[in-house]
Design a protein around this ligand. Structure first.
Ligand code: UT7
Length: 333
């Protein structure tokens, strides 16, 4: 896919922020009719982080600052900021503008991208295209969500699933096209709109007392329906990108899947013929952090030395919309 391009877009730095407050499964046993055993066996989640004060832009700005510190560069060097989120601080201005101001990225423009759990994957592709165009040299892509702001903590079907977090990557051009993004397959199917949504507050249902009383400002998910399409969607597209790029399971160092449910991740790995030790997992610690799950995995596995230069990785996600996709990249740092 990169063959006609002058540059490849490579990830040259990573950063993350997870809030300190932990909600473990025992906490949910006290507030809804559930058990630690049900949550662990049905989802793989043991605990998740919750931001007590602040908004998505605070999570995102802290992840961005962590990245800048670790790369030892100034925020003024950043040219573009893309924030993938479904929990923006406000409808407008964009969270990217708020992050730009908070970190002092005086020379950057930016925007938000809404693709739910596939948000990071879509933003990664978008950021890579800006780099590959030759017009930009430093693009920051952030996946950030404060899911606790749209979760109904009386609904046992959903409240146990989500957590708050942010994670960032820096994209830069490389003339060595054997590194960086090699290929991606991205899809949407809007007929999935009735299975996973938040219906209140937008132009369809502007906020009223009634929308609040009907709990329309909370996330709704038909878990069983989403589960079925998510398993097929993520497994099929991950397998397809392997086939398209002549990759065998032994060629792949890591599958980096969106962390919604360990059973969906296991099914994807199985379809790809990949063993569990090659699957990045952090759902046990953070739950589903929506746009943050994939970069959070990349950051943690890179920082503890498991993800190495030259590793071939497949990123895969499925989320509301429906949105889904997979990307094939070669790790460059
Ligand atoms: O990230 C974006 C995309 N989202 C996803 O990929 C999530 C996809 N869906 C899922 O991960 C799973 O469907 C869930 C984890 C949400 C639910 O797991 P499930 O195995 O599909 O459970 P279910 O919805 O079929 O429910 C099984 C039973 C039900 O009881 P009955 O009707 O069989 O009596 C639920 O009411 O489990 C019940 N249940 C619970 N029980 C204890 C649902 N939530 C809970 C709970 N604790 N927290």
């Amino acid at each position: 896919m990169n063959s006609n391009k002058k540059f490849s877009a490579v990830i040259t730095a990573v950063g993350l922020y997870v809030p300190d407050k932990i909600l473990d499964n025992a906490y949910f046993e006290k507030i809804v009719d559930t058990t630690d055993e049900w949550i662990r066996t049905r989802t793989g989640i043991k605990e998740r982080r919750i931001l007590e004060n602040g908004a998505t832009s605070d999570l995102a700005a802290k992840a961005a600052e962590d990245l800048l510190r670790s790369k030892n560069i100034s925020a003024e060097e950043i040219e573009v900021i893309i924030v993938a989120t479904v929990t923006p601080d406000m409808f407008f201005p964009a969270t990217a503008c708020l992050v730009q101001d908070k970190i002092g990225a005086k020379n950057a423009w930016g925007f938000d991208l809404s693709a739910a759990c596939s948000g990071f994957l879509f933003a990664y592709q978008t950021g890579c295209s800006l780099i590959e165009s030759g017009n930009y040299k430093k693009v920051m892509v952030i996946g950030a969500d404060k899911m606790s702001s749209i979760v109904d903590y009386t609904d046992r079907n959903n409240c146990i699933l989500f957590g708050d977090a942010a994670s960032a990557i820096l994209l830069e051009p490389s003339e060595d096209k054997s590194f960086g993004l090699q290929d991606s397959l991205l899809k949407v199917d809007g007929s999935g709109k009735d299975a996973l949504y938040m219906k209140g507050g937008g132009s369809l249902n502007p906020p009223t007392l009634e929308t609040v009383e009907k709990k329309m400002h909370y996330l709704y998910q038909d878990g069983k329906a989403v589960f079925k399409v998510a398993v097929k969607g993520m497994a099929d597209i991950s397998y397809e990108i392997m086939q398209k790029n002549n990759l065998k399971s032994e060629d792949i160092a890591f599958l980096v899947p969106h962390q919604a449910n360990l059973r969906i991740i296991d099914a994807t790995a199985e379809r790809m013929g990949i063993t569990k030790d090659k699957v990045m997992i952090n759902i046990d610690k953070y739950g589903n952090t929506t746009a943050a799950t994939i970069p959070l995995c990349l950051t943690e596995y890179y920082r503890d030395g498991r993800l190495k230069k030259g590793d071939k990785i497949i990123l895969a996600a499925f989320g509301a919309g429906f949105t889904w996709g997979a990307a094939y990249a070669v790790w460059a740092i």
